[in-house]
Each structure stands twice: as structure tokens, then as C-alpha cells.
Write a protein that binds this ligand. Sequence first.
Ligand code: HEM
Length: 109
Amino acid sequence: MNLSLPEPNQNSQEPKAINEQPIANSLPEYSLAQLALRNGQDRDEIWVGYKGLIYDVTRSRLWRRGNHYEHWAGQDLTRELQKDAPHTEHVFDKFHAIGRLKMPTSSAS
Ligand code: HEM
């Protein structure tokens, strides 16, 4: 009786926000300069930019002082996660997006 049928909905192709949180247009927008101040050195808050959203990782022991395995908070780390991290973006599941990242330009790559 070892039937392992895929659960319905599990492999939905629909793109979803991390945390399944709707990418709320209601979230405030912050510039890269504002994000940079939350690098764990200049302010108490520690923020990380990822795929257009900003996550507050202040309570994470793994981001203490803004440093995480040679990566620094206060920046857009989208490419770094894809390139360097041994984990997926699901590490953001337990954090809240607190804002949207205001992009200086909308570059294609
Ligand atoms: C050399 C690169 C990296 C290494 C070795 C690394 C390693 C780790 C490890 C071991 C954990 C805890 C275990 C886990 O959740 O899988 C973790 C958690 C996490 N990582 Fe990374 N990581 C790297 C890069 C990044 C980057 C670039 C980002 C951001 C875009 C990131 C964001 C996070 C977050 C948000 C957590 C969850 C923290 C928590 O639960 O308190 N990591 N990382």
C-alpha cells in the first residue's frame, strides 16, 4: 500500500510571493540608500532585499550585526542567494516583508 500520489496543489505553477504573502502594493517603498542604512551597523533594524521585497531579519541570530556568512545586510541580495547560498529562498518563510525595494532603473537582466 505504498501509493505516493502527489498532493493536489503541491506543484502549482502559479508564482507566489515568499511567505505566500501577496506582494502588497500597500507595502511602503524604500530606496537602496534607505535599505543600506539597515545594514546592522548604522541602525538597530537589519533588512535584506530579495526579489523586490525587503525582509526584516533583525531577530535572526544568523544575521547578527548584519553579517551572514560573508554577506552583508542592507543590500539587494537576490543574486547572491541564487549564486552562493546552500539553501533556497524558503529561509525567508518565517520573516515578514516590510517593504518594497525601489529600483533605480528597471534593467532587463
Ligand atoms: C555563502 C552563502 C551562504 C551561506 C553559507 C548560508 C548559510 C546559511 C545557513 C547554514 C542557514 C541556516 C540553515 C538554513 O536555514 O538552511 C541560513 C539561513 C538563512 N540565510 Fe543563508 N547562507 C548564505 C547566503 C545567504 C544569502 C545571500 C541570503 C539572503 C539573500 C541568505 C539568507 C538567509 C536567511 C534569511 C536565513 C534564515 C535565518 C534564520 O532563520 O534566522 N543566506 N543560511
